[in-house]
Design a protein around this ligand. Structure first.
Ligand code: HEM
Length: 267
């Protein structure tokens, strides 16, 4: 090895150390980098399928909605006299505005479709069963919040379609038993749909529901990591293992405590 090679090698090592310094600084004080590394490189069953990427696809759709939503919020005006105009400005005059608005509008449908596909996959794979019932329930919360996000966002353009769709939606809510009329009043913010309604829908759409979604997604992913991902139902590894200590225990008529069943291995 000649001197020029050694010098180049030393320079590269120096550059690497300089780049890693901030990462190491954060890691030493938080352990965050190790956590992210664990999440990205953890073991999953070797025979998982494409259907098991639908959760990540839903997560990607949510991130697209969050980013495009923040950009739209910089130009949108939640006032009945200005809302429609501001939407027209975003669509027709703002640079790339049509694209950002289109991504947000169509992305909302994509997000809901992906949620249903992901939920269908979890159901068909039986992945909602013990010990993942809690994560299924969190998923139900995510679905409800996702649909409410769509409902509250629909009013914001303040055109005829959005106005009358909201009238119908709130009237359906009002016909619900016990708390139905009360919740309809809370949503409307008064006797008529007007500026109060728009302000409420905007606050719920921008702050309340996204906050709830972010919290529930965090919990959901924590449980996915903690419990591991299930193998597909056709998995030979999960169903036809050569030695299955659990099955042997059952054959001998012994009941194994729930907490000792192999939830980390998948099924
Ligand atoms: C914002 C919405 C959601 C996001 C971002 C999300 C994300 C994910 C991800 C990344 C996974 C692991 C990979 C996979 O199985 O695809 C997962 C698994 C899971 N999700 Fe969701 N999900 C959402 C909504 C839902 C809904 C609506 C349900 C059902 C009602 C649900 C129930 C589950 C269950 C039970 C698992 C564990 C499946 C297994 O271990 O095989 N999720 N989710």
């Amino acid at each position: 090895m000649g001197a020029p090679y050694r010098r180049r090698h030393a320079r590269r090592r120096q550059a690497e150390a300089a780049m890693l310094a901030p990462v190491n600084w954060v890691e030493e004080r938080s352990g965050l980098v190790g956590g992210i590394r664990y999440f990205l490189f953890r073991n999953v069953p070797s025979d998982i399928s494409w259907a098991q990427t639908l959760g990540s696809a839903a997560l990607t759709a949510f991130i697209v909605q969050a980013v495009t939503g923040v950009i739209l919020a910089m130009y949108y005006k939640p006032d009945p006299d200005k809302a429609y105009e501001s939407i027209q400005f975003i669509t027709n005059e703002l640079t790339w505005g049509w694209l950002v608005r289109g991504m947000h509008r169509w992305g909302a449908s994509v997000f809901i479709i992906l949620l249903f596909l992901h939920m269908g996959r979890v159901f068909l794979f039986g992945a909602y069963k013990y010990p993942r019932e809690l994560n299924w329930l969190i998923g139900v919360g995510l679905l409800a919040l996702g649909m409410l996000e769509g409902f509250t966002g629909y009013l914001l353009p303040w055109d005829q379609t959005s106005y009358w769709a909201t009238v119908v939606g709130i009237n359906i809510q009002a016909s619900g038993p016990f708390v139905g009329p009360f919740l309809a009043n809370v949503l409307r913010g008064g006797a008529e749909i007007g500026s109060e309604t728009l302000a409420r829908f905007y606050a719920i759409h921008m702050l309340l529901i996204p906050g709830g979604l972010i919290g529930l997604i965090g919990l959901h992913l924590y449980l996915v990591m903690r419990l591991g991902v299930t193998s597909p139902p056709w998995s030979r590894k999960a169903a036809g293992r050569k030695r299955d200590p659990e099955a042997e225990t059952r054959r001998q008529g012994l009941v194994e405590p729930r907490s000792r069943r192999g939830w980390r291995s998948g099924r």
